[in-house]
Ligand binder design. Structure first.
Ligand SMILES: [Zn+2]
Length: 251
């Protein structure tokens, strides 16, 4: 009886080994190859050249030429700002492509750049911080599909090891595009646009906040974020931005 069962098992096993690779492997190999192609043979989102990285060598060079020699040149009160690059050329193109051409993977690379520079040149290296991205209004986020500041902050924290609180702030009012408004209109536009997020309402942070955004220009949004957090007794150390578009004097 046992011998019969063993022979039957061996026969079944042989049948399985003979058939399975022929029937299943090609499908599996095909889809695996397809996946590999998807990852390995991507195009640079800025110039469409083939590259295994986010950007091709040419565009990486263009981006690196925007890298600030002194990322802390705006690190001063009332709002200390740390920046990776100056807003122009390749960096401006990369940010525009990320936001308006649906390329969220660019945010990951830019967040990594910012994180690496923070580790090397941070003005406040030893401090415990909680990283909070500048939020988008939910309807705008739905339209874009992602909040670039949140993706940058996520990658920034992966690189630096700092704590991330994605919902530290909320945007509760839809605002008009800031660049078409005057300075006073901007402030009015932003008043009450932000609120302390659910995460901090439940439990305030045990360390100062470092805000993260893609671009720092007039600082109106960042100032509004600082004001909102301060109202709830939360300290803000400053803002880390991938690109800064400011030269002295600051507004
Ligand atoms: Zn390129």
């Amino acid at each position: 009886m046992k011998e019969y069962r063993d022979q039957r098992l061996i026969r079944l096993l042989k049948l399985h080994l003979a058939k399975k690779p022929k029937q299943k492997m090609p499908i599996w190999t095909k889809s695996f190859k397809g996946l590999l192609n998807l990852f390995l043979e991507t195009n640079c989102p800025l110039c469409q050249r083939h590259t295994p990285d986010t950007f091709c060598q040419y565009c990486t060079k263009q981006l690196q030429s925007c890298h600030l020699k002194n990322p802390s040149y705006l690190w001063q009160q009332p709002l200390p700002v740390f920046g990776w690059g100056s807003y122009g050329g390749g960096l401006k193109r990369a940010i525009a492509t990320m936001k308006y051409d649906n390329q969220p993977q660019i945010a990951h690379t830019l967040g990594q750049f910012l994180g690496e520079t923070w580790l090397l040149k941070s003005p406040q290296q030893d401090r415990q911080l909680v990283v909070v991205p500048i939020p988008l209004h939910p309807s705008k986020q739905k339209q874009r599909g992602f909040n670039q500041a949140a993706l940058i902050a996520e990658s920034f924290c992966q690189t630096t090891g700092l704590k991330l609180q994605i919902n530290g702030l909320e945007r509760i009012k839809e605002t008009q595009a800031q660049h078409i408004l005057s300075a006073s209109e901007r402030e009015k536009n932003l008043a009450d646009a932000l609120a302390v997020g659910q995460a901090f309402r439940r439990r305030p942070p045990d360390a100062p906040v470092l805000l993260v955004d893609d671009i720092y220009t007039t600082g109106a949004t960042a100032k509004s974020a600082v004001y909102t957090l301060k109202q709830s007794g939360i300290t803000v150390l400053g803002l880390a931005a991938v690109a800064t578009a400011v030269t002295y004097p600051r507004h």
